[in-house]
Design a protein around this ligand. Structure first.
Ligand SMILES: *Cc1c(COP(=O)(O)O)cnc(C)c1O
Length: 396
C-alpha cells in the first residue's frame, strides 16, 4: 500500500508521511527490502511484467520498494513528479547529463561548482564532445552572454561554495525556457527544507544525499528529481541500463533521515546564524559570508528564494592570510578538520588549500577565495560550544 501525499501538506509533513510503503504485516516504520530480484508465479506473469503490461518489481538495479519509498518521499518534498535514486551525488549528476545531453551540446555552469562536478564536465563530458562555459554565479548578464545556439543545460548550486553567493533561480529558469534548455540545480546545500528550485523555475534538481539528507555522515547516495518525462523516463532508463543504483539499505537510512530533515535544517540555520553574527563582531575577522546577515549583498533574494532558512555554511576571512587561517583551524579542539559538510558535527576547512586548491591562484583571487578564508559547516552541537571553540582559534 502506498500513501500518496496531500499537496496541502508542508515539507515537514511530507518528510514524515509521504511515500509510506506498508506491507501485509502493517509495519509502522517501513521495512528494508534487501533483495536483488523478485519472483513470479508463472512464466506468463514474468513476461507481462517484463513487457511493462503489469506493474511491479523485477530487479533492484532499477526498482526496489525501499528505494521507491525514498524516491516518493523526496519527490513529494521537492514538489517533483518523479525521482531516481543513485549510488552517490556524483552519479546523480552523471546520470542527469548522460540521459539528457548529446555530443555537440553545450553547458553553461557556475564557476563555483563542487570540484568533482567541474572535473566531470571538463574531463569526461568534454571528451564526449559536450563543452562547458563557466560564469560568475550571481551575474545573470554573464549567464545570458554565455548562451550558445546548442546550449542545452544551465547548471548551478545556490548558495555557492564557499562564498555563499545566491543565484537568482527565477531569472535563470526564465533564461533556460527562452532557449529551450534545462536549468539543473544541485540542491545539496539547502535541501527541500530550505529551498524548492522546481517551484522557482528549475527543471531538474540533483542531490548528494550524503550531505544534509543523511545529515549524520553515515552513507553515500544521490538523487535526481524532476518531471515524469525527463526524470521519470529518460533518467530512469539510464539507471535501468547503466546501473548507478542506490542500495536498499542506504535508501532506508535516507528515507528515515527525511523524517527529521526539516527540524535538523532549522537547527543548522539557527546555529549558523548565531555563529555568523558572533564572527561579524570579532576584531580578528575581516569579513563574514552568510546569506542571513543583512550585510550580505543578496540577503533579500536569499530570504525570498530560501523560505526555510539561510543554510548551515558560514565562511569568513581572518587577518593574517594563510598563516592566520591555519593557526585558527589548528587551535580549535572540538571542530572536525575536514572538507565534508552537512553533518551533525561542525566541520572547519581552509578552501584555498583543499577544496579549491586545484584552481590557479589567479582564478581563486578572481573568485574572491583568499588565503585567509575559512569555511565552517555549522553542526548541531550547542552553539555556545561551537562559538567557544572558534573563539579559542581566533584568540590564537
Ligand atoms: C558532496 C557534493 C556532491 C557529490 O556528492 P557525493 O555523494 O559525494 O558523490 C555534489 N555536489 C555538492 C554540492 C556536494 O557538496
Amino acid at each position: 500500500m502506498t500513501i500518496d501525499y496531500d499537496p496541502e501538506w508542508g515539507t515537514a509533513t511530507r518528510g514524515v508521511r509521504a511515500g509510506t510503503h506498508r506491507g501485509p504485516d502493517g509495519e509502522h516504520s517501513s521495512a528494508i527490502y534487501m533483495t536483488s530480484s523478485f519472483v513470479f508465479d508463472s512464466a506468463e506473469a514474468c513476461a507481462a511484467r517484463f513487457a511493462g503490461e503489469e506493474p511491479g518489481n523485477i530487479y533492484s538495479r532499477f526498482t526496489n520498494p525501499t528505494v521507491d519509498a525514498f524516491c516518493d518521499r523526496l519527490a513529494a518534498m521537492e514538489g517533483g513528479e518523479a525521482c531516481v535514486a543513485t549510488g552517490s551525488g556524483m552519479s546523480a549528476i552523471l546520470a542527469t547529463c548522460l540521459a539528457t545531453l548529446e555530443s555537440g551540446d553545450h553547458i553553461v555552469a557556475a564557476h563555483t561548482l563542487f570540484g568533482s562536478t567541474i572535473g566531470m564536465f571538463n574531463n569526461y563530458l568534454g571528451k564526449l564532445g559536450i563543452r562547458t562555459t563557466y560564469v560568475a554565479p550571481d551575474d545573470v548578464e554573464a549567464w545570458k552572454a554565455a548562451i550558445e545556439p546548442n546550449t542545452k543545460m544551465l547548471f548551478v548550486e545556490t548558495p555557492s561554495n564557499p562564498l555563499t553567493e545566491i543565484v537568482d533561480l527565477g531569472a535563470l529558469g526564465a533564461l533556460a525556457d527562452e532557449h529551450g534548455a534545462w536549468l539543473v540545480v544541485d540542491n545539496c546545500f539547502c535541501t527541500p527544507a530550505l529551498q524548492r528550485p522546481l517551484e522557482l523555475g528549475a527543471h531538474i534538481v540533483t542531490h548528494s544525499a550524503t550531505k544534509y539528507i543523511d545529515g549524520q555522515g553515515r552513507a553515500l547516495g544521490g538523487a535526481v528529481v524532476g518531471d515524469a518525462d525527463v526524470v521519470g523516463e529518460r533518467v530512469f532508463r539510464f539507471l535501468r541500463t547503466c546501473g548507478p543504483s542506490m542500495s536498499p539499505f542506504n535508501a532506508w537510512v535516507f528515507y528515515k533521515a527525511l523524517e527529521t530533515l526539516e527540524v535538523r535544517m532549522r537547527a543548522h540555520c539557527e546555529n549558523a546564524g548565531r555563529v555568523a553574527q558572533w564572527l561579524e563582531s570579532q576584531p580578528g575577522v575581516e569579513h563574514v559570508y552568510y546569506p542571513g546577515l543583512t550585510s550580505h549583498p543578496q540577503h533579500d533574494l536569499a530570504a525570498k528564494q530560501q523560505p526555510g532558512g539561510f543554510g548551515g555554511i558560514v565562511s569568513f576571512d581572518v587577518k593574517g592570510g594563510r598563516e592566520g587561517a591555519f593557526k585558527l583551524i589548528n587551535s580549535t579542539q572540538m571542530l572536525s578538520i575536514t572538507a565534508n559538510l552537512g553533518d551533525t558535527r561542525t566541520t572547519i576547512v581552509h578552501p584555498a588549500s583543499t577544496t579549491h586548491a586545484r584552481i590557479s591562484a589567479e582564478d581563486r583571487a578572481r573568485a574572491g577565495i583568499g588565503d585567509g578564508l575559512v569555511r565552517v559547516s555549522v553542526g548541531l552541537e550547542n552553539v555556545d560550544d561551537i562559538i567557544a571553540d572558534l573563539w579559542r582559534g581566533l584568540a590564537a
